[in-house]
Design a protein around this ligand. Structure first.
Ligand code: FAD
Ligand code: NA7
Length: 484
């Protein structure tokens, strides 16, 4: 039967999950094609192979965050004795071109890698004709492809709010990292991690972002930490318009954008003029072009439900990455799920993806990283009486000389109160948060307990060592701020 199809496996989507799956499948002897196709944004932005992470996600975001941190570091350098010009300012066009050059080089390396590894790359938009047949829309016509097995890894794209002017005048993260003009005064609508990260680096680069928050900040994250992140951004001069939704965007004769908005609490209508309006109001799974009914695959809203083997309701059609329902939308999650799936399909493996306790970082100016349960989820799962929260504010050594604010540098461990005192969640707000939490994530997955954490000797002077010095519980009511 295998020979009757063009390929053993066709992967739809050449992003983090799709590429990992395709490469691993070929490495284990499968004949594989991988389709990738990017529809331009309303203002015409498009990009190459590699998906969201490389082109319009993690990578350009981290580079712009780094650019913003470097600006801060240059100012701090003066306090450390460097003679620096205090009139330094960023060059947006140069930054964009450096970022885009890096992305183009990654696109190129990806193409070469696919060729070397013998994955057939098809630059076409895939849609199902029947459960074993896909039609690929290419630049010059259509191509029909059959396969024994399919993996859907089409990811998502930013949503636009349904208000006048949103699509015509607003941009999203899909446009920001290649924007050919300075963003200027920017309204960032949405307080998920993407909105906060973009507002954070825009501020660091010297622009004037305002964050519009419909309800809460960083839904899904520990809310004490989320509020500290927002407060740390406000302390840096980023205004938050709370309980506010946009009503319309109009272009003024001078080209600037007039945004009308409403406070949902008071009903008060307000307006302001911005150079850029950035929608960061969530992402939509790209199911529409797939013609899933032709394959019999069910979609729920814009996501696909899979079982613990990443199989959809049609057994030979699988899905990984952002397109699947109810799992963390993160690159390493998509990559590992894709790779493990390929091994189960072609290498006799039975190892499944474990979606629990995935660490993540919000790259705001003061970064927030966490792994495991939020305090509220731990309370929900185990009851408030069974949870002990160890916490403390701390002062990074390197903040003293430039007299940086330490007000929001904070760590907490959410743990089992009795028994082993198993650690359920770790939360860190401070510099290089991702680097700090990654190792602790392995510890947590290995069954870390509070006594083990307390018996771990810290590395001094670091900020990560604060996790080994946690002695104050919330229940004690003692002041968690350090004496000196
Ligand atoms: P994608 O990488 O989106 O790839 C899907 C590909 O399939 C795309 O190229 C798409 O155009 C293509 N496609 C869609 N439909 C079709 C079709 N019908 N036919 C052919 N091709 C199709 N994650 C982190 O872990 N860390 C971060 O710091 C981080 N930062 C982010 C910042 C931003 C601004 C954004 C937007 C995302 C960020 N993410 C981050 C999330 C991360 O980018 C995604 O989780 C990851 O890219 C998902 O991979 P995927 O393979 O599911 O989909
Ligand atoms: P998120 O995390 O879904 O956040 C979206 C934010 O936008 C959130 O604060 C929403 O507020 C807000 N939102 C949503 N719709 C509107 C409208 N119409 N008007 C104003 N504000 C709105 O998305 P991100 O863009 O940060 O993307 C991150 C994705 O990757 C996300 O899907 C994660 O799962 C992973 P709310 O809290 O709903 O009131």
């Amino acid at each position: 039967l295998r020979g009757s199809y063009d390929y053993d496996l066709v992967v739809i989507g050449g992003g983090s999950g799709g590429l990992a799956c395709a490469k691993e499948a070929v490495a284990n002897g499968a004949r594989v094609a991988c389709l990738d196709y990017v529809k331009p944004t309303p203002i015409g932005t498009k990009w190459g192979v590699g998906g969201t992470c490389v082109n319009v996600g993690c990578i350009p975001k981290k580079l712009m965050h780094q650019a913003s941190l470097l600006g801060e570091a240059v100012h701090e350098a003066a306090a450390y004795g460097w003679n620096v010009d205090d009139k330094i300012k960023p060059d947006w066009k140069k930054l964009v071109s450096s970022v885009q050059n890096h992305i183009k080089s990654v696109n190129w390396v990806t193409r070469v890698d696919l060729r070397d590894k013998k994955v057939e790359y098809i630059n076409g938009l895939g849609s199902f004709v029947d459960p074993h047949t896909l039609s690929a829309k290419l630049k010059n016509g259509d191509r029909t492809i059959t396969a024994q097995t399919f993996v859907i890894a089409v990811g998502g794209r930013p949503r636009y709010p349904n208000i006048p002017g949103a699509v015509e005048y607003g941009i999203t993260s899909d446009d920001l990292f290649s924007l050919d003009r300075e963003p200027g005064k920017t309204l960032v609508v949405g307080a998920g991690y993407i909105g906060l990260e973009c507002a954070g680096f825009l501020k660091g680069l010297g622009y004037e972002p305002t964050v519009m928050v419909r309800s809460i900040v960083l839904r899904g994250f520990d809310q004490q930490m989320a509020n500290l992140v927002a407060a740390s951004m406000e302390e840096r001069g980023i205004p938050f318009l709370r309980r506010t939704v946009p009503l319309s965007v109009e272009k003024q004769p001078d080209g600037r954008l007039l945004v009308k908005y409403e406070c949902t609490e008071t009903g008060e209508i307000g307006s302001d003029v911005f150079d850029t309006v950035l929608w960061a109001v969530g992402r939509k799974g790209l199911v529409d072009d797939l013609n899933l009914p032709n394959a019999g695959v069910l979609a729920h809203n814009d996501k696909i439900q899979v079982d613990c083997d990443e199989a959809t309701n049609v057994p030979h059609i699988y899905a990984v990455g952002d397109i699947i329902h109810g799992k963390p939308e993160l690159t390493p999650v998509a990559v590992l799920a894709g790779r493990l799936l390929a091994r189960r399909l072609y290498a006799d493996s039975d190892l499944r993806m474990d979606y629990a306790d995935v660490a993540t970082t919000v790259f705001t100016p003061l970064e927030y990283a966490c792994v495991g349960l939020s305090e509220e989820d731990a309370v929900k799962a185990h009851g408030a009486d069974e949870i002990e929260v160890f916490h403390g504010y701390y002062k990074p050594t390197e903040f003293f000389i430039p007299q940086k604010s330490v007000r929001y540098c904070y760590v907490k461990a959410v743990a089992q109160r009795h028994g082993d005192q198993r650690v359920y969640g770790l939360h860190y707000l401070g510099p290089v948060a991702g680097e700090v939490i990654q190792g602790f994530a392995a510890a947590l997955k290995s069954g870390l307990t509070i006594p083990t954490l307390m018996n771990t000797v810290g590395i001094h002077p670091t900020t990560a060592e604060e996790f080994t010095r946690l002695s104050i519980t919330k229940r004690s009511g003692l002041d968690p701020t350090p004496a000196s």
